[in-house]
Design a protein around this ligand. Structure first.
Ligand code: AMP
Ligand code: MG
Length: 326
C-alpha cells in the first residue's frame, strides 16, 4: 500500500468530508458553548453524520470490507429522535446531495462488530467531551489486516499544526502506512510533512500527555510515575487520539493511559487506538499496553488482552515500563 492506493485515496476523502461536517456543526453553534454543556445533541449529530459519510464512501469503493465503527442507528430510528435524524441528514446533504434519512441510517448500519481478517475501525468522533468543550477531538479511521494496523488516518480539526504557534493554522490530518512513515497534512490534504518522535533520552526532560477526563485515566498514578522518573514538566492534558499525534511529531515524549481507579478493569475499544498507534509507531515511537504487551486488535471490539496504554518515543519505553511495575 502507498499514498496512491485506493484505500488511502478513499479514506482521505471520507475523513476530510467527515471532519468538514464536524466543523460545520460546531461553527453553527459559535458562541453556544454553554448550551453545549447541557445539550449533547450537537455531538450526536456530528457523530452520526461522520459515521454515515465514512461508511458510505468506504463501502462504495470496497463493498466486501467490514467497517467496525462505534455507532449504530438504533437511537436515530427512535421516533422521539426524528429531529436529530433530520439535522444529521441536512448536514450530510451539504456534502452528499443524494442523501435521505433512510440512507443515513442504512449507511451508519454498514458497521459491524464481527471481525474478519481485514477490516476498518472507525471512531467518527473520538473525544466527544473535547468536542463539547471546544477542545480536541479526532475522526479516526484505520485498516487492520491479520491483527496488524496497516494504515491509519486521523483528522484533528482543532489541533494546531505548528508547535509554538498554538493559535495559527489549526487543523491536522495525520496519516501513516505500515513501513512507509507517518505524515501530517492540513485539512485540505495538502502541506504533507514527515513526522518523527522526540529524541529525548533523559526521562527528566520528557513531556507526558494524558486524558483530560479523570474517569479515562489515573491522573494521580501518572503524577507519581512522573515523580519517580524525575519528570519535571507538568502533564499536557488533551482529549482524543490527538495525543498520539503530538507524540508522533515529537511535541510530547510519552502518552500515559493507566486505567482510572473507578474502572480498573476497563478494556479499551479498538477504534480508540488503531489509527493513533500506527501514527506514533511509523514516526519512530513504540506503543504497548502498560505491561509491555502489543495492542490486541483481533480479539473483538474490546482490547481484551491489554491493560491501559503506553506510547513513547521508543528510547524511553523500557525505562517507563520498568517504572510502571511498582
Ligand atoms: P480520551 O479523550 O483520551 O480521554 O479518550 C476518549 C475515549 O475514552 C472515548 O472514546 C471512550 O471510548 C474512552 N473511555 C470511556 N470510558 C473510559 C474509561 N473508563 N477508561 C478509559 N477510556 C474510556
Ligand atoms: Mg473514542
Amino acid at each position: 500500500m502507498d499514498e496512491h492506493s485506493p484505500e488511502v485515496i478513499t479514506a482521505i476523502r471520507a475523513t476530510l468530508m467527515a471532519a468538514d461536517l464536524c466543523q460545520s456543526v460546531r461553527k453553527d453553534l459559535a458562541g453556544g458553548e454553554s448550551i453545549l454543556k447541557e445539550d449533547r445533541s450537537p455531538v450526536t449529530i456530528a457523530d452520526f453524520g461522520s459515521q454515515a459519510i465514512i461508511c458510505k464512501l468506504i463501502k462504495e469503493k470496497f463493498p466486501d470490507d467490514v467497517v467496525v465503527a462505534e455507532e449504530d442507528s438504533t437511537e436515530l430510528r427512535n421516533p422521539g429522535r426524528s429531529n436529530i435524524l433530520k439535522q444529521v441528514t441536512q448536514y450530510v446533504k451539504n456534502l452528499i446531495p443524494e442523501v435521505s434519512p433512510e440512507k443515513v441510517c442504512a449507511w451508519i448500519d454498514y458497521s459491524s462488530h464481527v471481525l474478519p481478517r481485514r477490516f476498518w475501525t472507525l471512531d467518527p468522533i473520538d473525544g466527544t467531551k473535547g468536542f463539547l468543550r471546544g477542545d480536541q477531538y479526532a475522526v479516526a479511521l484505520a485498516l487492520i489486516e491479520g491483527g496488524i494496523v496497516t494504515f491509519g488516518l486521523m483528522a484533528c480539526p482543532n489541533l494546531y499544526r505548528v508547535k509554538d504557534q498554538p493559535h495559527m493554522d489549526k487543523g491536522c490530518l495525520f496519516l501513516a502506512i505500515r513501513g512507509k512513515g507517518s505524515f501530517q497534512m492540513d485539512l485540505k490534504g495538502g502541506g504533507k510533512e514527515p513526522l518523527s518522535v522526540s529524541k529525548t533520552a533523559a526521562p527528566s526532560e520528557a513531556l507526558f500527555t494524558e486524558s483530560v477526563e479523570p474517569d479515562h485515566a489515573d491522573h494521580l498514578f501518572h503524577q507519581r510515575l512522573a515523580q519517580k522518573l524525575n519528570i519535571e514538566k507538568p502533564s499536557l492534558r488533551m482529549d482524543s487520539q490527538a495525543k498520539y499525534g503530538i507524540v508522533a511529531r515529537g511535541e510530547a515524549t510519552l502518552y500515559l493511559r493507566v486505567p482510572s481507579r473507578s474502572e480498573r478493569d476497563y478494556k479499551e475499544n479498538i477504534w480508540d487506538h488503531a489509527a493513533g498507534s500506527i501514527i506514533a509507531e511509523e514516526a519512530g515511537g513504540r506503543v504497548t499496553d502498560t505491561v509491555g504487551n502489543p495492542l490486541d486488535f483481533s480479539s473483538g471490539v474490546k482490547m481484551e488482552k491489554n491493560h491501559g496504554i503506553l506510547v513513547t518515543n521508543g528510547i524511553l519505553h523500557e525505562v517507563v515500563l520498568e517504572a510502571l511495575k511498582i
